[in-house]
Write a protein that binds this ligand. Structure first.
Ligand code: FPP
Length: 254
């Protein structure tokens, strides 16, 4: 047991320097429930461990030089989970803000929220806004917390705003939509990671993710440690992004 721990520590502290770091990494933190079930524990314990892991991965992102990270914490579809679990996920967000805000701030993390705050309990919505306001000048890592977020919902919202602003149909381009989504001032994700062996986007960043590289791993989120994160970033570094072009064109550009 001791040996395993030492090996693990060694493998996470001596990680090789990454050649190419994605600017924006988005993560679907999946598998908390199955992680708990596998151990005969309640789902709540899976979420608790998932939250602990989130702290580690945020620190890893800062260390590896990722500039923007977007995490899928609660989707518009998650409202259909049992009421107790919905309440728990709300409580976790509140707890993270209460307990981690100062440290995240000291580490230079700028917290942003993407999704709808309408429909969330006013006290929590207020805390989310305060956390965003408190950290708004931090520059080391922008952390988008997708909470009560849905990709289709985001696009509907963008279209509604475009119409409200009186923009004529003929003037609407892809750029217009990009300017009206939640992440309008940020680059699209270079890499989307999904844990727990699922291969879906599940309504996450469906506009922004059009050309994202996707990395999946069977590892459940609570076990997706810094070494695994590093592995995902390394694999990203070995991918060739063509954005619809041919290999030859990319070679010529290089
Ligand atoms: C998916 O696992 C995970 C979620 C729906 C919630 C993710 C939340 C955390 C990692 C905690 C951090 C949260 C906040 C609010 C900052 P699942 O429950 O769907 O797992 P399963 O597919 O194995 O059942």
């Amino acid at each position: 047991m001791t040996l395993m721990t030492n090996e693990k520590q060694l493998s996470t502290t001596n990680l090789p320097k990454l050649e190419k770091v994605p600017t924006h990494v988005a993560i679907i933190m999946d598998g908390n429930g199955r992680w708990a079930k596998q151990r005969g524990l309640p789902r709540s314990e899976g979420h608790r461990q998932g939250t602990e892991n989130l702290r580690r991965i945020i620190r890893g992102a800062v260390e590896f030089g990722v500039q923007v990270m977007t995490i899928y914490a609660f989707s518009t579809e998650n409202w259909s989970r049992p009421r107790r679990e919905v309440m728990l996920l709300m409580r976790i967000l509140e707890m993270v803000i209460d307990r981690e805000l100062r440290e995240l701030h000291d580490e230079g993390v700028q917290i942003r929220h993407i999704g709808e705050l309408d429909g969330i309990e006013p006290r929590l919505a207020r805390k989310v806004k305060q956390a965003c306001e408190y950290t708004k000048d931090n520059q080391r890592l922008i952390l988008n917390v997708a909470f009560n977020y849905g990709g289709r919902d985001e696009i509907v919202h963008a279209v509604q705003e475009i119409v409200r602003d009186g923009i004529h149909a003929d003037e609407i381009t892809e750029e217009t939509i990009s300017n009206y989504i939640y992440t309008s001032d940020l680059p699209d994700p270079d890499l989307i990671i999904r844990t727990s062996g699922e291969f879906r986007l599940s309504n996450f960043l469906i506009w922004q993710g059009a050309y994202s590289e996707i990395y999946t791993t069977p590892t459940y989120w609570p076990d997706f440690d810094k070494a695994e994160f590093h592995k995902a970033l390394t694999e990203y570094g070995n991918r060739r992004r063509r954005f619809g072009k041919t290999d030859e064109q990319i070679d010529n550009e290089a």
